[in-house]
Design a protein around this ligand. Structure first.
Ligand SMILES: Cc1cc2nc3c(=O)[nH]c(=O)nc-3n(C[C@H](O)[C@H](O)[C@H](O)COP(=O)(O)OP(=O)(O)OC[C@H]3O[C@@H](n4cnc5c(N)ncnc54)[C@H](O)[C@@H]3O)c2cc1C
Ligand code: SF4
Length: 539
């Protein structure tokens, strides 16, 4: 067999991963005219692909079709999972590999962190503080909301005050949110407010306003932000940017002295052809699991024998995510249809709980008919003894709702290489051990306590037990390459430069020292804007 010829490419910036992080960063850097090369392991998805998925989703009752269904298995690093010892969550179907990354199918909730979220160690004695003061971060969060287009309302009685308005007004509240969810919480003296969404409420950034068609994972109109419909096409018009899809980064090579990266070794996944990229600067934007995994896979020499950036022994430590427990409620009257996304949430439990005793969480609720697998509860409630009443079952479905939380974790988990499980190229997969603490378990326990009260305030007929009892992850993996002031506390500095390496930067939620209850993506976009500014010499 003739050995595959190696291709060699040079660039000013090499970015691995073309999810929202890589795409936003590249867009900003591209303005400098410097040469940018992006390697993306997954494929490109066309509008025809998207239409096909949409039809399949419709045929299979909504959720059971997705972007990676037909992807070459080699381009998907499958079967990476998190475990708490008893239960295991497989991430294969959640994270996406392809131009656009996981944000191709994200829900677009763009909540901000609050001041206490970035000062948890100082204020409450757990987790790690961020090395960047919130005040410095606030302006960048605002820019990030404008960069992707977030619809939201200034009014949020629990949030850290904002320095500016959202670029678009919030979506009108759905019937369910306005007539059922908000009045029930009001009875418990809990205020509700709009849920900030990267979904256009009016035309914005060449994308139309939401059409209310309720298939948001594939959003046929483009109203929901997706990198492949916004930043990526703009990037591709730039002659100085090259996006290589189907190209997987396999390893970074450090100089003999170990003080800089001299090459990125990648492979074309279909042909197995090696590609070597030599760049001035290298940025890993491969998501919260593959970014730390790449640093571990690139262990070499005496300086980096335990992985790049790991002289302080921090790489892989501090893994966190969100727990997403939920209950099903038979509200006792028709709840209407889901708009496709929740228009309302409450941040009450992000601001008003004693964090020394329990985690914070966001709470939201939704008509369940076309969303959650509600069959179990509906069937149970329509069954008396051995006999199932189809009439009761049919009548109950339009009354079903779910109530769920996005719950903070302390962040005690560990990410390491699993030498027993290899990907298609023979490299160990990442293995995450979650290590839930007693404090972590208080979050789902609080939902178990609250749900019957909220259901009663709705006048509901039934409320289920929590599903899953304590362990359902949001796929917001974070924390294992934390930014810190010193290598003894993290893997990269506040400018996201890896400790000990002059030209390697990280951009993913793995750099979060701590993640409160808000989902991560707005913060990732803000970090992308900040990194682009820093790389181009700004302070
Ligand atoms: C169902 C779902 C709903 C979500 N909803 C929300 C939400 O409402 N709000 C929110 O804030 N967050 C949400 N998230 C999380 C959100 O999608 C992620 O935080 C965000 O997309 C992460 O972006 P990223 O660019 O950092 O990483 P990713 O999107 O994971 O992109 C990383 C890219 O790197 C590529 N890659 C990986 N390994 C390699 C390699 N070796 N070589 C080259 N390329 C590689 C991958 O193919 C991928 O395209 C949701 C996630 C899921 C699964
Ligand atoms: S309802 Fe969902 S799918 Fe329809 S336009 Fe709005 S965001 Fe897109």
């Amino acid at each position: 067999m003739i050995p595959a010829m190696s291709e060699e490419i040079t660039a000013d910036y090499f970015i691995a991963g073309c999810g929202i992080a890589g795409a936003v960063l590249a867009t900003k850097l591209a303005k400098s005219g410097k040469k940018i090369v992006i390697s993306e392991q997954g494929p490109r998805f066309s509008e025809t692909d998207r239409a096909g998925m949409l039809l399949r989703a419709r045929e299979t009752l909504n959720d059971y079709a997705d972007y990676n269904d037909d992807t070459d298995p080699k381009a998907v690093t499958a079967h990476t999972s998190a475990s708490n010892g008893e239960q295991t969550v497989d991430w294969t179907a959640l994270r996406l590999f392809g131009v656009g990354g996981t944000a191709l199918h994200f829900e677009g909730i763009m909540s901000r962190p609050f001041v206490p979220d970035v000062e948890v160690r100082t204020r409450f004695g757990y987790g790690r503080d961020w090395p960047i003061p919130y005040a410095e971060f606030d302006a960048t969060l605002l820019l990030a909301e404008h960069e992707v287009g977030v619809a939201g309302d200034f009014y949020n009685p629990y949030a850290t005050p904002r320095s500016g308005a959202y670029p678009m007004p919030a979506h009108e509240f759905s019937y369910y949110d306005r007539e059922i969810f908000a009045p029930a919480l009001e009875k418990l003296r809990i205020k509700t407010h709009s849920c900030p969404r990267a979904i256009n409420s009016r035309p914005y950034r060449d994308r139309p306003a939401c059409q209310g068609c309720r298939i948001c994972k594939f959003c046929p109109s483009g109203a929901r932000y997706s990198p492949d419909r916004d930043h990526v096409p703009k990037l591709e018009k730039r002659p100085n940017v090259k996006i290589m899809d189907g190209v997987s980064l396999r390893r970074l090579e450090a100089s003999p002295a170990g003080d800089r990266i001299v090459a990125a070794h990648a492979l074309r996944v279909d042909e197995g052809t090696p590609i070597v990229v030599r760049a001035e600067r290298y940025i890993l934007a491969m998501g919260g699991v593959e970014t730390p995994r790449m640093l571990l896979l690139s262990a070499q020499g005496s300086v980096h024998k335990d992985g790049l950036g790991n002289q302080g022994g921090q790489l892989g430590r501090g893994f966190s995510d969100h727990l997403n427990p939920y209950v099903t409620i038979d509200v006792g009257r028709p709840v209407g249809s889901r708009l496709g996304f929740e228009t309302m949430i409450s941040d009450y439990f992000r601001a008003r709980v004693d964090r020394r005793r329990q985690p914070t969480f966001m709470i939201f609720s939704s008509p369940a008919m076309d969303w959650f697998p509600i069959g179990n509860e509906a069937t149970t409630w329509a069954t008396t003894g051995e006999s199932l009443s189809l009439k009761d079952l049919r009548e109950s479905i339009p009354r079903m709702a779910t109530l769920s939380t996005m719950t903070e974790l302390e962040g005690q988990g560990v990410l390491e290489l699993d030498e027993n499980k290899l990907d298609d190229f023979g490299s160990p997969l990442a293995k995450v051990t979650l290590k839930l603490t007693e404090w972590d378990r208080q979050g789902p326990a609080k939902l178990a306590e609250l749900a019957p009260k909220i259901a009663e305030a709705m006048g509901a007929a039934h409320v289920s037990e929590i599903t899953p009892p304590e362990f359902g992850l949001g796929y917001h993996p974070s924390g294992t390459t934390a930014m810190a002031k010193s290598l003894h506390d993290g893997v990269c500095d506040p400018d996201l430069k890896v400790f000990g390496l002059d030209n390697l930067y990280l951009l993913s939620n793995s750099v979060f020292p701590h993640m409160g209850a808000s989902p991560p993506t707005l913060t990732i976009v803000a970090l992308a804007l900040r990194l682009a500014h820093r790389l181009e010499g700004g302070r």
